[in-house]
Design a protein around this ligand. Structure first.
Ligand SMILES: Cc1cc2nc3c(=O)[nH]c(=O)nc-3n(C[C@H](O)[C@H](O)[C@H](O)COP(=O)(O)OP(=O)(O)OC[C@H]3O[C@@H](n4cnc5c(N)ncnc54)[C@H](O)[C@@H]3O)c2cc1C
Length: 322
């Protein structure tokens, strides 16, 4: 049986995303056999992109060329990959769990009659681990089908190291012209990036546990005690409209690694943790002793933040006056 592991190499503006290289590391850890990288792109860019990836990894790389693949579209990706896999029996198709990967992976698994496991963050004993319910539970999922479509949580594996030995081959293949009803006309730069956050030494971050928008002020007061500090948040807080999306930290937001990260009322969902786990010192304040943020925190305070943070501010000011 063909036990090939395929990696869909996602790219943007002529460059592969870091998550692609992390997903290749994940595929290598699966240790199932041959790894083949798939690059979907239009005629203009497919050769350059595929060659770039091939030279960087030394792994078998197939460029899938189709003019309807100019710019990302879930429909075009699913059609191309479904037809590519028609006469193959992949062991796994690994895809970065970015907004694109999470967008097309489930439908691809239906087309391939494969099982779909998303946001995988650990692997072992034939099972894949992911979190559920905002990081409260870790579940081990064992595929029951021959083929699996897996999306890999960003920030969990180190990007693969550059291949010194070229083991594979580079191939460019035409994909049959597909009629697609959706096309990407361009990509606008995200306004979610926040230079203040990435340059900060201290990040005070707000989670849904702040309770209401007015309580953000308490965290701003804490933040203002430190020079080179910035206010961050979880996606839940941005979705609630308490802070705008430039503050969001995580997989689909900013990635930060400050000297001090104070997580206030944050459950510690994997999607958030992926954006802050490299902080040098992490302090978490949460009323729930079982909150998974305490698994990554160096210090944990089990307390109502609306009670604890004002006391902390008061104690800090008093100490600095003495
Ligand atoms: C594809 C995808 C991408 C995502 N990307 C991101 C991302 O980039 N960033 C991100 O953050 N999320 C992201 N999410 C959402 C993520 O899964 C979580 O839903 C989110 O991080 C939860 O935010 P939270 O911790 O603020 O809220 P909750 O999970 O609701 O946690 C609130 C916490 O506050 C605590 N609490 C309650 N009251 C108090 C109090 N008075 N004092 C102290 N603690 C209190 C509770 O015990 C709880 O642990 C993504 C989800 C998906 C599906």
């Amino acid at each position: 049986m063909n036990r090939t592991v395929y990696v869909a190499a996602l790219h943007e503006k002529g460059h592969f995303m870091q998550e692609t290289f992390e997903t290749i590391s994940f595929a290598q850890e699966l240790d199932k056999g041959k790894i083949v990288l798939l690059v979907l792109a239009d005629e203009e860019s497919v050769t350059t992109l595929s060659r770039q990836l091939f030279l960087e990894t030394g792994l078998d790389t197939i460029g899938l060329k189709g003019n309807f693949l100019k710019g990302y579209s879930a429909e075009a990706y699913i059609k191309t990959l479904s037809s590519f896999f028609r006469d193959k029996e992949p062991a796994c198709v690994c895809i970065p769990h970015t907004s694109q990967g999470a967008d097309f992976a489930p439908q691809l698994s239906v087309a391939l009659q494969a099982c779909c496991i998303t946001a995988v963050e650990a692997v072992g004993n034939g099972a894949f681990t992911r979190t559920m319910f905002g990081g409260k539970f870790k579940v081990e999922i064992r595929p029951t089908k021959q083929a699996s479509v897996l999306t890999v949580l960003p920030g969990t594996w180190n990007p693969c190291s550059h291949g010194n030995i070229v083991q594979g081959e580079l191939t460019i293949t035409d994909v049959p012209d597909e009629s697609v009803s959706t096309r990407t006309h361009g990509i606008r730069e995200s306004s979610h990036k926040n230079a203040a956050l990435s340059d900060s030494e201290v990040v005070v971050s707000a989670g849904r546990g702040v309770g209401k928008q007015e309580n953000i002020r308490i965290l701003r007061d804490l933040c203002s005690l430190f020079p080179k500090s910035a206010l961050g948040s979880t996606r839940a807080v941005c979705d609630l409209g308490w802070l705008d999306y430039t503050h969001q930290i995580g997989v689909t937001g900013n990635k930060v690694s400050p000297r001090l990260y104070i997580a206030c009322g944050i459950s510690g969902a994997a999607q958030h943790v992926a954006g802050m786990k490299d902080s040098r010192l992490i302090i978490a304040v949460n009323t729930d002793i079982d909150a998974s943020i305490f698994r990554v925190a160096h210090y944990g305070v089990v307390e109502d933040l609306a009670r604890f943070i004002p006391l902390l501010i008061e104690a800090y000011i008093k100490r600095n006056r003495e």
